[in-house]
Design a protein around this ligand. Structure first.
Ligand SMILES: [Zn+2]
Length: 230
């Protein structure tokens, strides 16, 4: 797969989402809320679709071993849970802490950098299976990154960062997508037998983000009517 296409995709997924989130901040609050709601729904659906209609069928086909693929996917979900638990536990000492809300800005940026690193690996791996799937996964990353970046902006600004500084830091933490993407590119090109296993872990990551991060946000601030009829 052409490196240049992957680099464009990584730019769209990382810098693109930060730029779109940054420009959405210029909107009025009620408009922004409405768009965020749409984005959450779109992000949750595309993540699950990419994982269950794309990644897992491809992984099973390539590995020719469904049992191991699903064991690894489940292990991945548990590992993502533990990682997030540790990060949140370090983030907030007090019991009243709402998830993320009291997290310190540096910790948000580190968590974000790690997440973007993984997204970079996921984008590159998708392109190794096919051009079309690479494009689908890049859009899936873009859709879930926009609400994520919006949330990060909110936390950074609450912590006293200016808008431009928050934008710059978010861009910087987005650069790790290139690191993950390029490591995956040069590793997987010579070790294609690992592709199904990376796909299984990618499906675990997408499942976790959709069900553990996005769905609770939808339950918190959306009535059914807003979800479906607005
Ligand atoms: Zn992401």
């Amino acid at each position: 797969m052409q490196l240049i296409i992957i680099l464009i995709a990584l730019t769209v997924g990382s810098a693109g989402s930060v730029a779109i989130a940054g420009s959405l901040l210029l909107l009025k609050q009620d408009k922004l809320d409405q768009i965020s709601n749409y984005l959450l729904t779109l992000a949750g659906g595309t993540l699950l679709g990419a994982a269950y209609l794309g990644m897992l069928p491809k992984a099973v086909k390539l590995a020719n071993n469904a049992d191991s693929v699903f064991v690894l996917t489940l292990t991945g979900i548990v590992l993502f849970f533990i990682t997030e638990k540790v990060i949140l536990w370090r983030a907030c000492g007090n019991k009243q802490c709402e998830r993320h809300n009291n997290a310190s800005a540096p910790l948000i940026l580190i968590g974000d950098a790690l997440h973007n690193f993984i997204d970079g690996i996921i984008i590159t791996t998708a392109f190794f299976t096919s051009l079309e799937f690479g494009v689908v996964v890049t859009l899936t990353v873009l859709f879930h990154e926009i609400p994520q970046e919006l949330a990060d902006f909110g936390i950074l600004i609450k912590n006293g960062y200016s808008k431009s500084k928050a934008l710059a830091y978010n861009m910087a933490s987005g650069l790790t997508a290139f690191l993950g993407g390029l490591i995956a590119y040069f590793t997987l090109d010579s070790a294609r037998k690992f592709i199904p296993w990376v796909l299984a872990l990618s499906a675990a990551s997408f499942t976790y983000i959709a069900l553990a991060d996005l769905v609770p946000q939808m339950h918190k601030k959306q009535r059914l009517k807003i979800l479906f009829f607005r």
